[in-house]
Design a protein around this ligand. Structure first.
Ligand SMILES: Cc1ncc(COP(=O)(O)O)c(C=O)c1O
Length: 415
């Protein structure tokens, strides 16, 4: 039996970095979903689980101990082309060599803004930031400034900042200004809008949560904003430069007032933006939205290089094909292994693994990692342009043994 990624369950990886991380970084990682607990759940203490990487290229990454993995999460959707794409790396290196930030903005800020006006349906003007959380906070601030109102109706994940969080340490008064509504439920949205209409600054929605939203729901949001004078915000941080270059608003032809962008727009470099109607964006000068490295030239160069990719190739189609092939391979391996109680769900462009019992999912993700395939637990799997036939073949070859290793009772070796 030969495997492209021959890590037998029981092999121990280099958990030296995990131990060192635990001593100096609370939870072991600065990003919540990269903590060992988040990556592997009940299997987090298995020393063979990779917790750090040394190098990444295409759809592969290498752990510090040299083991190689095929990645299906692609940096939580931030990398849509591939790791260390040569054209993007070259653009970033050139920008770095010319000075990343100074006391003046780089001309690339203007060039990228002009490109995004062409690509994103609602974009007339924009401000750049570095993280998605900053971009959504800026969008809500702009809406509150423009309307003079404070209440927000929300559905989705918008980052870690206070305005959209119920985590420990967030004051009740901040949380009281946001009403959360269920995804794709027009009635609940209409009821919330009727209740809060007089104080409503914004409706902010993620247009894809597990599945693409219905046009009816997004149109109900548009209508509710038009009636109340509130600002409609689509958070397209995961969906722009992926579902379509111009996001779900391009796919469904429903134009919000503001949109937030990030992730795949810069193939993993920290660039985010709030873009939208000029009269609302102009409120940025009436409030205060500013950060020292908001528009560093390296990140902006990465955005231009990603735009060049989208000019040359139908990137969203390639991502959907890659995601669909990954989904098919894992889905059919699961179908052949009914003892593994995990299902694949969602559209090929962003799909996920679902299990009623968390342990079933933890066991699958751990067994796949043992076999050199990184699946994301509790979030989306993302296909990238860099996923190629070699990767698909290697995953397809590894999966039967992964499933066999999960057989209840003694492990079978005849796969
Ligand atoms: C839809 C959406 N909005 C906002 C964010 C926050 O972005 P960041 O983690 O870059 O702050 C994320 C991150 O996953 C996201 O998916």
């Amino acid at each position: 039996m030969t495997f492209a990624f021959p890590f037998e369950p029981g092999d121990t990886g280099d958990d030296h970095w995990r131990a060192r991380a635990a001593g100096v970084i609370p939870g072991g990682s600065s990003t919540g979903s990269k903590r060992p607990d988040a990556l592997y759940g009940s299997r987090a203490t298995d020393a063979a689980m990779p917790t750090h990487y040394e190098r990444a290229e295409g759809c592969m990454l290498w752990a510090p101990d040299g083991r190689r993995f095929i990645d299906c999460s692609m940096a939580l959707g931030a990398v849509g082309i591939g790791y260390a794409d040569p054209a993007i790396t070259q653009a970033v290196q050139s920008a770095a060599a010319m000075g990343n930030v100074t006391g003046l903005p780089h001309r690339l800020e203007v060039e990228v803004a002009e490109r995004l006006v062409d690509l994103i349906p609602c974009a007339e003007e924009m401000r750049f930031l570095r993280t998605g959380a900053e971009a959504t906070a800026a969008a809500v601030r702009l809406a509150r400034t423009a309307t003079g109102k404070s209440h927000v109706i929300a559905c989705g994940y918008f980052g870690w900042l206070d305005w959209c969080s119920d985590a420990a340490g967030v004051p009740d008064a901040v949380q009281a200004d946001v009403t959360w509504v269920p995804f794709d439920d027009s009635r609940a949205l209409d009821e919330a809008a009727a209740l809060h209409g007089a104080h409503l600054a914004a409706i902010i929605l993620e247009p894809l949560v597990h599945d693409i939203a219905s046009s009816a729901w997004l149109r109900a949001a548009r209508l509710a904003c038009d009636r109340s004078g509130a600002v409609l915000i689509f958070d397209e941080i995961k969906t722009a430069f992926r579902v379509r270059t111009g996001g779900v608003q391009e796919l469904l032809d429903i134009v919000p007032d503001l949109t937030t962008l990030g992730k795949a727009m810069a193939n993993g470099y920290p660039v985010a933006a709030v873009v939208g109607r000029a009269n609302i964006m102009e409120q940025a000068t009436a409030t205060w939205i500013s950060s020292t490295a908001a528009a560093e030239s390296t990140g902006l160069a990465a955005v231009l290089a990603v735009c060049a990719w989208h000019d040359r190739v139908d990137v969203p189609e390639r991502m959907a094909q890659a995601g669909g092939t990954l989904q098919e391979i894992i889905g059919s391996a699961l179908a052949d292994a009914p003892w593994v109680e995990v299902q694949v769900k969602g559209p090929p462009i962003m799909w996920r693994l679902h299990a009623e019992l968390p342990d079933a999912l933890d066991a699958l993700v751990a067994a796949a990692a043992h076999a050199g395939v990184l699946l994301k637990r509790g979030a989306y799997q993302f296909g990238a342009v860099a996923h190629d036939q070699r990767a698909f073949d290697a995953i397809a070859q590894a999966m039967p043994a992964v499933m066999q290793s999960l057989t209840p009772g003694p492990r079978r070796t005849d796969a």
